[in-house]
Ligand binder design. Structure first.
Ligand code: F6R
Length: 613
């Protein structure tokens, strides 16, 4: 969702800010704007893309070594020029960009209106720009103190950056609930600010992940970080593990395709150095440090949204099979508003690629308040979810730029597999030999995925055949029921074709009514104890003239005469089959979306990290 980039230093700010905004495009947005300081404060903004902003500012003065930019994903007020950020205060001297939601903006606005303020947009953000100036004028406070005093009045979430015409050497930034990363430049007094580290990677490896309630004040080439009570904080400077190559398409047409092809490597990175298959032992800090507590858990509750929730569903099977734990899988958005019964020996595991999903964060917060232990499985280092977790494990998939999650999903499943095995070991529900066997099978997965990727040409042809279908059904059983859900989600989110995932046997309880000669049904029918049952489900579809695309294990030709298309994938143990079986479904949705002329990396209405509820 909204993206923030800001720069203060000796270089021209505009190109840095615009390039940074382009790096953040993957987050999803509908308008863009910049503010630049060069004696005067100049603001340019427009509905549309960053390229539209560049066109709008083509002949304008964009000079200045202090600047900030924003991409807005509309929440309060439609996407238009007026609602785009930066917003200005009443006098036009204070400019502000904001990511998040100011929940009490209507009350604040009413108070300001009574004091003569008028507004040019429908946004909550403009209210904050006015409030800061109002506090400065009425209380005679400095800019930094007025920001602090104003933020004390704000209820909601924010990451903000502020520039002020009367403080031409200052830049102020603050966060609460929305992410903000500071990059420390190579020259004295040079700082970069961004919603995530991707715009910073080409300038610096030294970053500070700002904490909730912190305010960064840059003045006289020095940055001071204080908390909301004005106490100076000592920030931890992290080494950024991200390079430019990870942020570029590297010859692929889309980030999504690049990320699909990266999976042999990303899965390897997710487990690399974390176990020894020969001995069945682990080298995972969270498992080592918490092995006693993990052995005592009575119940596991997995929470997440979208694709991460699907990874949780795969993990339900893994934890039940391996660790013999009662497991529940919950949508974070539902869990947060229920009154769940939680105990101190429950483990709540939050799964997230971005680490910033508002619903998942709120669900974790609820679990903590109800005294459960919270474990985070997350991809983005330094994001909010790992920070809120009592313990956790990173998935190490590398930056995922395509909005549709691909490599993050398979890395989540990989790490969840290790955690299920680790808890199985702590609870003694599997022998070391059994654990070793799964580990060895996991070590073969990157090669098997490499092989599955060779199906690409075959899948292009399949996409050609079915690209005009308006509905799809995806069926799977056991470990592959969540894969069916994930296959359907991938198709609908990037090609806008309606698709549903179902447990294969549930079909006859409703969706079978939909089946006719125009309904393609993708069935995951790889070898497992359910194989024969899935074949019966296929027969049910064929009896109603549905078109069946069957994903089967390599060498299985028994369905060739029954179904319309067969995709043979390398075989692995059932528990790991979601890792391999997901690949052809990702490729199918990718190629259909491309053939339908859709914007694969930035599908309409979607945001990469959903920081609002
Ligand atoms: C689907 C997709 C979304 C995310 C969901 C949760 O391709 O990307 O469904 O999985 O918004 O996001 P994270 O994992 O960042 O919490």
């Amino acid at each position: 969702m909204c993206g923030i980039v800001a720069y203060i230093g000796s270089k021209e700010a505009y190109p840095i800010v615009v390039k940074g905004l382009k790096r953040l495009e993957y987050r999803g947005y509908d308008s863009a704007g910049v503010a630049l300081m060069n004696g005067d404060l100049r603001v340019y903004k427009t509905k549309g893309k960053v390229s539209d902003l560049e066109s709008a500012a083509k002949d304008a003065d964009v000079s200045g070594t202090i600047g900030m930019g924003h991409t807005r994903w509309a929440t309060h007020g439609e996407p238009n020029d007026a609602n785009a950020h930066p917003h200005l205060s009443l006098s036009g001297k204070v400019s502000l960009i904001h990511n998040g939601i100011i929940e009490n903006y209507a009350t604040l606005k009413e108070g300001l209106e009574q004091r003569g303020h008028t507004f040019t947009s429908e946004t909550d953000t403009e209210v904050l720009a006015h409030l800061i100036e109002d506090v400065m004028i009425n209380s005679g406070l400095s800019l930094a103190d007025a920001v602090r005093a104003s933020l004390k009045q704000v209820v909601g979430a924010y990451a903000i950056v502020i520039l002020s015409k009367d403080n031409p050497e200052h830049l102020i930034a603050a966060r609460k609930g929305s992410p903000l990363v500071v990059g420390i430049g190579s020259e004295a007094g040079e700082y970069f600010f961004a919603s995530d580290a991707t715009p910073l990677a080409e300038y610096t490896k030294k970053v500070i992940y700002m904490k909730d309630g912190e305010i960064a004040i840059v003045e006289n080439k020095e940055m001071t970080i204080k908390n909301i009570d004005n106490v100076v904080q000592v920030p931890y400077v992290h080494e950024l593990e991200m390079n430019l190559e990870m942020l570029e398409k590297g010859g692929y047409d889309h980030f999504m395709l690049k990320e699909i092809y990266e999976q042999p490597r990303s899965i390897y990175d997710s487990y690399r150095g974390r176990f020894n298959a020969a001995s069945g032992t682990f080298h995972m800090r969270s498992l080592e440090e918490y092995s006693e507590q993990l052995a005592q858990i009575k119940r596991l509750i997995l929470i997440g949204c979208g694709t991460s929730w699907h990874a949780g569903l795969v993990a339900e099977y893994l934890f039940e099979d391996f660790a013999r734990l009662p497991v529940e899988v919950e949508y974070a958005s539902e869990f947060r508003y229920r009154n769940p019964v939680l105990f101190s020996d429950d483990l709540v595991m939050a799964i997230s690629q971005s680490g910033e999903t508002a619903d998942t964060l709120a669900a974790m917060d609820l679990a903590k308040r109800k005294s459960a232990t919270v474990f985070g499985v997350c991809n983005v280092v330094g994001s909010s979810i790992p920070r809120l977790s009592d313990a956790g494990a990173y998935t190490h998939a590398g930056p995922e730029i395509g909005v549709a999650s691909t490599k993050a999903f398979t890395s989540q499943v990989t790490v969840l597999t290790l955690l299920a095995l680790g808890i199985a070991k702590a609870r003694k529900t599997m022998s070391d030999k059994e654990i070793s066997k799964v580990m060895s099978a996991l070590e073969e997965i990157p090669d098997k995925i490499e092989k599955a990727l060779l199906l690409n040409d075959e899948i292009v042809k399949l996409a050609e055949t079915y690209k005009d279908s308006r509905n799809f059904l995806y069926l799977g059983r056991g470990y592959n029921f969540p894969v069916a859900l994930e296959g359907a989600l991938k198709l609908k989110e990037i090609s806008y074709i309606h698709a549903e995932g179902y447990p294969a046997a549930e079909m006859k309880h409703g969706p079978i009514a939909l089946i006719d000669a125009d309904m393609p049904v993708v069935v995951i029918a790889t070898n497992s104890e359910h194989y024969e049952k899935v074949v019966s489900n296929i027969q049910e579809v064929k009896a109603r003239k549905g078109k069946v695309i069957a994903v089967v294990s390599e060498g299985n030709t028994s369905l060739d005469k029954i179904v319309d298309h067969v995709i043979q994938v390398p075989e692995t143990i059932d528990a790991l089959s979601p890792l391999v079986n997901t690949i052809p479904l990702q490729l199918l949705s990718y190629h259909i979306a491309v053939m339908c002329g859709c914007n694969v990396d930035q599908p309409r209405n979607l945001a990469k990290s959903v920081t609002v509820e």
